[in-house]
Design a protein around this ligand. Structure first.
Ligand code: SF4
Length: 313
């Protein structure tokens, strides 16, 4: 089931059943990560703005929760960086008014040097930021951030968040083989995590098709070694199938188009039907819309995608 601003509940390894809430338009982000499963960021930004009508979004979340099933978390996330939505604190507080389900914020963690962004987390129970590098060069190489961001700014912002925020912080570190996987790199990441002091450090690697083809997954054994180096608060969250699956085995844009030629689908239908993550489905759907191969139609609260007869005839 998908609303205009909500999707799921989707199974999440970290959060159980998560009802996603999309706070920004596709790829509105301060980073352009090489591993992003949504493809490249057309133009990075650190400008916060009101991207969605708050009342309409809250009504969508309220309706989805009323319909059930009850998720384990309501997760502010989506197809870009949610803290770029200037109203995310108001949105979290609004959701808190009608549910006691914990609220999580899935973020790249870049903007916590802004006091307003830290303050906006007060209605959130769990913050899940990212940190993939312990030195500026690797930060630029992996995250390709907006020019206004430096690693030092990001790390000190996260450390300030730790001081201001009473909920849990689970820091995700994305390991790319040959880029941030060496002992030296891991030691530098560890220095940063010690400055930040998250409740957990969670290691991930390239499970889904990344923005850049050269991004390589770390082997399970290497992730285990890195986990041991980072200490007792660290754990691996990359699913074990990540180490068995080949990229060729996964569904791609052609499979999405083939399914849409057979029947109209929502994003969630595509993700469930093809066994891919919803974000991958978004990426392929946007590419197919751009090239005119598919169309979209709104039916009540759902957006359906279908093959464009003019393009297939
Ligand atoms: S992975 Fe997240 S932070 Fe990085 S470019 Fe994609 S949406 Fe932005």
């Amino acid at each position: 089931m998908t609303g205009r601003y909500t999707y799921g509940p989707v199974p999440s390894r970290r959060l159980g059943r998560s009802l996603g809430v999309d706070l920004v338009p596709m790829k509105t982000c301060s980073y352009n990560c090489t591993y992003c499963q949504l493809g490249r960021t057309p133009r990075t930004t650190i400008q916060r703005a009101d991207y969605v009508p708050v009342d309409e979004l809250l009504e969508d979340v309220r309706r989805r929760l009323a319909e059930g099933p009850r998720p384990d978390f309501v997760t502010l996330s989506g197809s870009g960086e949610p803290t770029l939505n200037r109203s995310f604190g108001e949105i979290a507080a609004g959701i808190r008014q009608f549910t006691d389900i914990p609220i999580a914020l899935l973020t790249n963690g870049a903007l916590f040097y802004v006091a307003e962004v830290r303050k906006a987390c007060s209605a959130v129970d769990l913050v899940l930021p990212s940190l993939d590098a312990g030195d500026e060069e690797t930060f630029q190489r992996i995250n390709r951030p907006h020019p206004g961001l430096t690693l030092e700014k990001v790390v000190s912002g996260l450390a300030e968040l730790r001081r201001d925020f009473e909920g849990q912080i689970w820091l995700e570190v994305f390991i790319i083989e040959g880029v941030n996987s060496s002992d030296e790199q891991v030691q530098r990441i560890k220095t940063c995590t010690e400055l930040i002091g998250p409740d957990r450090v969670q290691l991930n690697t390239a499970v889904r098709p990344p923005a850049e083809r050269e991004v390589r997954a770390a082997a399970r054994e290497r992730l285990e070694e890195i986990c041991a180096m980072l200490g007792p608060g660290a754990e691996i969250i990359a699913p074990s199938h990540a180490f068995e699956e080949t990229p060729e085995a996964r569904a791609g844009k052609e499979e999405v188009l083939a399914l849409l030629r057979r029947r109209p689908c929502t994003l969630q239908d595509l993700a469930d039907g093809l066994g891919i993550h919803r974000n991958e489905a978004i990426k392929y759907v946007h590419a197919l819309l751009d090239e005119g191969s598919i169309l979209h139609r709104q039916r009540r609260y759902e957006t359906y995608y279908e093959a464009n007869p003019a393009a297939t005839s």
